[in-house]
Design a protein. Structure first.
Length: 439
């Protein structure tokens, strides 16, 4: 149970987001465009509780990642009820905190794992939108005044994929077994614009991705057994790739011509007759209706697909596939024309994006443990965050693994950092830290 819950904390040419947040902000999970790259930030290489510290603010328990709109930072928490907090970016002061429920009713807890504030907020620079599986979607202005809320018809504490913005639409994904769906909600009033059912999906927690490629823009959702593309304006399916792993936790990444997804899970029984048995991850869900039809053969793999497919693309639009050195919850990252991954134990690999050939593979970061936070990049460097609170900085342009610094936070760290201007914002189990590049 705990391992499954921790997987939810996971989600070259930069894909430009289709809303008007300043390029220097970090508006959603994994930053501008969801690619975990800042082209403008110059964060420090060396930092820690006593080095290059700008400020530190104690926070209640929560596992969402920080997002930034100008001078405000937003996170969520569920230590004493589900709530949203806003902090001043310059000094870390808590500006406001709003409970999702007026009486701060305690959230539904997983007795074997942490709480439920894992979905990262999204902001358009004027409002912030937060999503809780037991409450639904809520919109606040930057001063904390609630604008609207859209409850879920079937609340579920396991729902924790982060929302994203595409134009005037907030996209949410709820993969929970029968009843799964992807929905576009009007950011102005909370009304549904379209909703597409995904009933054959098992429980997954991958954040959706907006792929702006050379020909069109697509909404990409990584789920159990299928990677799927939708038209973000209508919700109509464009294509699907069949045969991914049984449950998805990491988020796809892309350049203009290629999209890469990595799905792998411990104990994935790829190759078995999956239509005749239930996956242990779904022990709370009745799949009797779903399993009446054959399911694709699951596979642990990292796959690069070309744009503009139609229907089933497994035999038509795959550029390359890799089945070795696969990451788990931590999403891949594309930077400087290369693809980087990190897997449990602190093993890093770098690949040529165009053909998937390794530049180096399974090199040790010397920072063991699990990796749930997504790596982030800026200034020619990549930052890898271990659950143990060790943040390793590497040179993204070197042809061999070149470690520039290892920074120890001294406490568990599962949230993905935000890179803004000269700062790196890191949320640990107990606090939010802002580190700044020395003048």
């Amino acid at each position: 149970m705990q391992h499954r819950w921790l997987l939810t904390l996971a989600v070259s040419t930069l894909v430009v987001p289709a809303f008007a947040a300043p390029s220097s902000d970090w508006p959603q999970f994994r930053g501008p465009g969801g690619n975990a790259v800042s082209e403008t930030a110059v964060p420090p290489v060396t930092f820690g509780p006593s080095t290059n510290l700008l400020w530190k603010t104690s926070l209640p328990l929560g596992y969402s990642s920080p997002v930034v709109a100008d001078d405000r930072i937003f996170v969520t928490s569920d230590e004493v009820g589900l709530e949203t907090l806003a902090l001043n970016r310059k000094d870390g002061r808590i500006l406001w905190r709003q409970p999702a429920l007026p009486d701060k009713t305690a959230p539904i807890k997983n007795p074997s794992g942490p709480g439920r504030a894992a979905s990262t907020p999204v902001t358009d620079g004027s409002f912030v939108y937060v999503f809780f599986g037991t409450v639904g979607l809520i919109a606040y202005d930057l001063d904390g005044t609630e604008q609207w809320r859209q409850p879920l018809l079937k609340p579920d504490p396991e729902i924790s994929a982060s929302p994203i913005l595409i134009d005037d639409k907030i996209i949410i994904v709820c993969d929970v077994g029968p009843g799964s769906f992807v929905e576009a909600i009007d950011k102005k009033n909370g009304r549904s614009i379209w909703r597409t059912e995904r009933d054959r999906m098992r429980r997954s927690v991958s954040t959706p991705f907006h792929w702006v490629n050379d020909k069109r823009d697509e909404l990409i959702v990584s789920g159990s057994y299928w990677l799927t593309s939708y038209d973000p304006r209508t919700g109509k399916q464009n294509w699907q790739y069949s045969g991914t792993a049984k449950s998805a936790s990491s988020t796809p990444v892309a350049a203009r011509t290629l999209l890469v997804t990595a799905t792998a899970q411990i104990g994935n029984d790829a190759g078995e007759d999956t239509a005749s048995r239930a996956d242990p991850i779904d022990f709370l869900t009745d799949f009797s209706q779903v399993l009446k039809s054959p399911m694709p053969r699951p596979e642990n793999a990292m796959v690069a697909v070309r744009s503009c497919g139609r229907g089933e693309i497994k035999e038509t639009h795959v550029s390359w596939k890799n089945t070795r050195s696969l990451p788990g919850a931590a999403s891949p990252i594309i930077y400087k024309g290369r693809l980087f991954t990190v897997k449990a134990g602190g093993f890093v690999s770098a690949y040529s994006l165009q053909d998937g050939k390794p530049i180096y593979q399974d090199e040790r970061l010397n920072a063991a443990g699990d990796y749930y936070a997504s790596p982030v990049a800026a200034g020619g460097r990549i930052y890898f965050v271990s659950q143990n609170g060790i943040i390793t900085v590497i040179d993204a342009t070197a042809d061999t693994l070149t470690i520039l610094a290892q920074n120890k936070m001294g406490e568990p760290t599962l949230a993905t950092p935000a890179l803004v201007r000269t700062n790196i914002l890191i949320r640990t189990e107990k606090a939010l830290y802002a580190f700044a590049t020395a003048n």
